[in-house]
Design a protein around this ligand. Sequence first.
Ligand code: PLP
Length: 385
Amino acid sequence: MLNQRIQAVKASPTLRFTALAKQLQAEGKQVINLAAGEPDFDTPDFIKAAAVQAIQSGFTKYTPTTGTPDLKAAIAARLLKERGLSYKPEQIAVTCGAKQAIYNLLMVLVEQGDEVLIPSPYWVSYPEMVRLAGATPVELRTDPKNGFQLDPAAVAKACTPRTKVLILNSPSNPTGVVLSADCLKKLAQVAREKNLWIISDEIYSQLSYGTDSPSIATVAPEVMDRTIVVDGVSKAYAMTGWRIGYLAGPKEVVDAASRLQDHSTSNPTSISQKAAVAALTGDQSPIHEMVKEFSWRRDFLVKRLKSIEKISFVEPHGAFYCFVDISASGMKSDPFAEKFLKESLVAAIPGSGFGWDSCVRLSFALGRKDLEEGLNRFDQFIRSV
Ligand SMILES: Cc1ncc(COP(=O)(O)O)c(C=O)c1O
């Protein structure tokens, strides 16, 4: 018999649909992938070259658990330059992807009976990680009528004596919504009043369009002592497979997360760390090019979706997703996505895994032609159901 902890955890719906789409592709079907959770761009060549150099020079052994000094220095410099955040190297831990950073943080911050506030729609892994840490996820539903913005008063109202952590994710997966500086300032005030830790998942911070995506730690320095910023190279540098993320925050929390990592994965891959140093310190123009292309696709998608009847959506200002309400189809998100995939050969992710069964997540991390074709098929499918 498996333990209770894992029995309470659901399989990732994102991975299930991706697998289904791959199966159809393997059968020779031309599936359009509006389900992608990663940039369709290749990792820039100079980053790959740094990894090759690492291998050839024998940089293939254990490193310090939470990363090499040069990588921590590169992260500190980036956080200062881009977010105006000043961290010492000992306040930074490099992890195997941003995912491990969030997992480690929850493992050291909460215990049985504690509550963690998760604004919804949420990234699929947050509630499951909270459960794995033995605590209780508390969903804070936002409203598409208010642009899925998080209401600080609702956060305050949801707090109980057991509330320990607030998870923020701006820009958001799955909505692409960016929280304003004003909203973040108010949330910071609530966090202080209610004595909450803030895990600020900023993995999409480089990918915003026509707006800045500030960090709560930047706009409200008074919560630096209770905020842990999570970021990484996965999305911004098209490096999802390299598995390099990081957390930055108060030293006591970073030390605790490091102890946990000492006895679980140890260091992230040495070779990937060298690649990440190159990414963070090298020429940033490939990233700017990628953001420019995402911005074009975002505008295209918004325009095209506006021309489709019977759906509604909140315009994304960050990440590479749009969360589209399909409730007028009379279907819940899972049967909708399954039928859409089987009949139209387009993969989209059902909203159920994000705590929102009336929506599907469409990604614009795919080439222009495929994006156009995918949206044409979406239009036709919506008309037919
Ligand atoms: C909101 C959010 N946080 C964290 C992650 C994990 O990032 P990584 O691949 O660096 O572990 C993802 C990946 O999809 C994400 O969407």
